[in-house]
Design a protein around this ligand. Structure first.
Ligand code: NDP
Length: 329
């Protein structure tokens, strides 16, 4: 089987020569294990923290190990009760063409309900993250103004739609006219901001003249600061991610405008999906209901072959992905 192995830990802004393509014989199945042919893997901004030797919500991948990645795949052999060849599963399968792992480490998915790769995208962790960040922290009320950063990306685009579905007025921030055009025309957001071509502060004043009640942040840095300067009383800031800071995780910059949280009695809270794993069925139910009502659109940016991973990894930080970034094996 083919894999992508991490060569060394990453340093600041260091994305080159981190990976090796390796080939290993597939191990024999042990009791309780399944062999899975990997079909699609997810390329996530969090991978930067998974290869950095710094405390996080999950231990880093060590040099020499197959890179961690969420994936979907088909069971081709099973020594586990309740799982049979032909079942489809999702979990941390890793960047490998085939994987042998304990059946308890994967969850079955229904390929008749949605195509398997959707379980990495709008109907997977991407969608669940948007749902829990908004329903548990952002809690937008009808008519409130919600701003979403990296709004045309995987998590951001679902967050926009979950907020719309809750009756909020939604403003999306994204880089470039292609992305803002998609947000305006396809998702029909109430306002869009192209942070690469306009001043974020002035654009926020234009799109949110009455202030911001909820900010679903994927980006951090300057965007977070500009939003904080415009929050309303009792605003909720959902810290989902901070991709602008991932280049140097040891020197991530916090917001200069954090005192606004005091003066506006506002809440700023981070989270990871680890907090909500037991409630995945609830998120799935919500997203399927939205989908059934024609209120959920997700788009995937799919690259071909494991060998595309090193370039795919860099694409995220250059904003070159249009939708959830996946690799088809
Ligand atoms: P996206 O599909 O949103 O892709 C990343 C996007 O981030 C890029 O396309 C780019 O969009 C934007 N971006 C990249 N660099 C910068 C920068 N320096 N400044 C501003 N924007 C930038 O990825 P995901 O949907 O997979 O992830 C989005 C966020 O959600 C990430 O921060 C991730 O860490 C977080 N996340 C958090 C989870 C949690 O449990 N808390 C779980 C999953 C994801 P543009 O062209 O618009 O700049």
């Amino acid at each position: 089987m083919q894999e992508i192995t991490q060569i060394r830990f990453a340093g600041p802004a260091d994305n080159d020569d981190l990976w090796a393509v390796t080939h290993d014989p597939s191990p024999a199945l042990e009791d309780g294990q399944v062999r899975v042919r990997v079909d699609h893997v997810s390329v996530d901004p969090a991978m930067r923290s998974w290869i950095t030797e710094k405390r996080s919500y999950i231990p880093p991948v060590k040099p020499g190990e197959v890179m961690r990645a969420l994936g979907v795949g088909e069971v081709v052999a099973s020594a586990a009760e309740g799982v049979v060849p032909g079942d489809w599963v999702t979990g941390f399968l890793g960047l490998a063409s085939e994987v042998v792992l304990p059946a308890r480490h994967v969850q079955k998915i229904d390929p008749l309900l949605a195509e398997p790769r959707a379980y990495l995208s709008g109907l997977g962790m991407t969608g669940y993250t948007a749902y829990f960040g908004l329903s548990e922290i952002g809690k937008p009320k009808a008519g409130e103004t919600v701003v979403v950063s990296a709004a045309s990306g995987g998590v951001g685009s679902i967050a926009c739609q979950v907020a719309q579905n809750m009756g909020a007025r939604v403003i999306g921030i994204a880089g470039g006219p292609g992305k803002t055009g998609w947000l305006r025309e396809t998702l029909k957001l109430d306002g869009v901001i192209d942070y690469k071509n306009e001043d974020i502060g002035a654009a926020l004043d234009r799109e949110a003249p009455d202030g911001i009640d909820v900010f679903f942040d994927n980006v951090g840095g300057e965007t977070l600061d500009q939003v904080l300067a415009r929050i309303n009383r009792h605003a909720r800031i959902v810290l989902c991610g901070a991709i602008s800071q991932y280049g140097d995780l040891f020197n991530a910059r916090g917001p200069a405008n954090y005192l606004e949280l005091i003066t506006q009695s506002a809440l700023m809270q981070g989270f990871t999906m680890r907090d909500y794993m037991r409630r995945v069925p609830e998120a799935m139910g919500h997203l399927l209901k939205m989908q059934g009502a024609g209120k959920l659109t997700y788009r995937d940016h799919v690259l071909e072959g494991l060998g595309s991973f090193p370039e795919a990894f860099k694409m995220l930080y250059r904003g070159e992905n249009h939708g959830k970034l996946l690799i088809r094996l």
